[in-house]
Design a protein around this ligand. Structure first.
Ligand SMILES: O=C(O)C1=C[C@@H](OP(=O)(O)O)[C@@H](O)[C@H](O)C1
Ligand SMILES: C=C(OP(=O)(O)O)C(=O)O
Length: 422
């Protein structure tokens, strides 16, 4: 598929089908770093085809080979593209590995803050300098260091990815790590996912109050299976919510998941979507009912925010949203991007301090709508379901979905969204 726009139409408002989702990029990215740190004792199972994961796997493979052949004497430039999670995890990983690396990414990556993580790693003893702007990638990392302390304090309210990055390397630190989380912890389920996966890989921890401790210890010989991506499932829940009738089967998803985004089942129950776990997956069914819930807190599931806000806008449901603070430093400023695009159907997302209110009083359904995507996969995927309520939806830069869900458009085509005109 070319990197051009795509046009979606869906005249028939019924959606039926089976969609096999790719693996969770969050789980995969953790599993890959754990595999690399374990020296191959831990093996990843069901690698995702998300571009961020493929990029990370390629980098870890090539840099491990380079270390083996002593070829890292020359500083290597490592370009992580738009993958924020991988950027943060690799910063900690390369700080530990011997060798010189210039770690960089897209122009947007150079605007995504990393100072909190760099400060923490420097306190541990790591040698990291900023190649351009203080506090932001690219980073010059001179890997391998003598550990200065095992006590680190870190702010918890900007990104949980900094915390995960430190936890992933903690067991390899000679003195282990005692991580004190300052203030509120955002995206908490992602930290829980990290600790659960480390545990599967044989790494024990304690978490008491604001303190997470991991001693120096060995990884076990084991495999880490990766579940399908619950964040990706959210677009199917949105499609079901906007369809007249929907019956969908998503194989491989189970009621117990390491992914906090599995909370989409509870969120979408408010929109009449039932989730039944059987046949080795989840069955979604639409059973129309009035929407009751008025307040949605997205702090623990920020990647679902766009999906849920677009569904509310399309249904004219004037809900209130909290926990959107971190959206401004993701692939784009997602709050601004949502405000711009919802504005094209007369819906406003009004910021009042930390609370956002959806105002649908001037909402209208245009004949066609052009969706700008701001190099953000979730803008493309969250707005695509609008083709069920707007006769024609054109989505800019269709390839953007590759970051986490490369088969998204093909999957839409399977259930009758079309013609998909590249
Ligand atoms: O650790 C992870 O895999 C992720 C953590 C979250 O980021 P923040 O902790 O920055 O909110 C989430 O938005 C991102 O897509 C994936
Ligand atoms: C925020 C996201 O990813 P990352 O931070 O890894 O770029 C995302 O996938 O929504």
């Amino acid at each position: 598929m070319s990197s051009s726009n795509i046009i979606l139409t869906k005249t028939d408002k019924t959606v039926n089908g089976t969609i096999q989702l790719t693996g969770s990029k969050s789980e995969c990215n953790r599993a890959l770093v754990i595999e690399a740190l374990s020296g191959g004792r831990v093996k990843v199972k069901n690698l995702s085809d998300a571009a961020d994961t493929v990029t990370l796997a390629g980098i870890l493979n090539s840099t491990q080979l380079a270390v083996g052949s002593n070829a890292v004497a020359e500083p290597a430039t490592v370009n992580i593209g738009p993958a924020g999670t991988a950027m943060r995890f690799l910063t900690a990983y390369f700080a530990l590995q011997p060798g010189e690396v210039l770690l960089t990414g897209t122009e947007r990556m150079k605007q995504r803050p990393i100072g909190i993580l760099v400060d923490a790693l420097r306190k541990l003893g790591a040698n990291i300098t900023y190649a351009e702007k203080d506090g932001f990638p690219p980073l010059q990392i001179s890997g391998g260091f003598e550990q200065q302390t095992n006590q680190i304090s870190i702010k918890g309210d900007i990104s949980s990815q900094y915390i995960t990055a430190l936890l992933l390397i903690a067991a390899k630190l000679p003195q282990g790590l005692e991580l004190h989380i300052e203030g509120e912890l955002t995206s908490r389920p992602y930290v829980e996912m990290t600790l659960a996966m480390l545990k599967q890989a044989g790494i024990q921890h304690t978490w008491q109050g604001n303190m997470i401790s991991i001693a120096n210890q060995e990884f076990s010989e084991t495999s880490l299976p990766v579940e399908p991506d619950w964040s990706a499932s959210s677009y199917w829940y949105a499609i079901a919510a906007l369809a007249d009738e929907a019956e969908l089967f998503l194989p491989g998803l189970t009621s117990y998941s390491l992914q906090g985004d599995s909370v989409i089942t509870e969120i979408m129950a408010n929109f009449g979507i039932t989730s039944q776990f059987k046949d080795g997956g989840v069955h979604l069914k639409k059973e129309p009912k009035p929407i009751q819930r008025k307040i949605f807190d997205m702090k623990e599931c920020p990647d679902l925010a766009q999906t849920v806000i677009v569904v509310c806008a399309a249904l004219g449901h004037e809900a209130t949203f909290t926990g959107l603070e971190t959206l401004k430093i993701k692939e784009t400023d997602r709050v601004k991007a949502l405000q711009n695009e919802l504005g094209k159907m007369g819906v406003k997302l009004i910021e009042k301090g930390l609370v956002y209110k959806l105002d649908c009083s001037e909402k209208f359904i245009p004949e066609s709508m052009f969706i700008n995507t701001y190099e953000d996969h979730r803008m493309a995927m969250a707005f695509a379901p609008l083709a069920l309520v707007i006769p024609q939806v054109e989505v800019e830069d269709a390839m953007v979905v590759e970051k986490s869900y490369p088969a998204f458009w093909q999957d839409l085509e399977k259930v009758g969204f079309g013609p998909l005109t590249p």
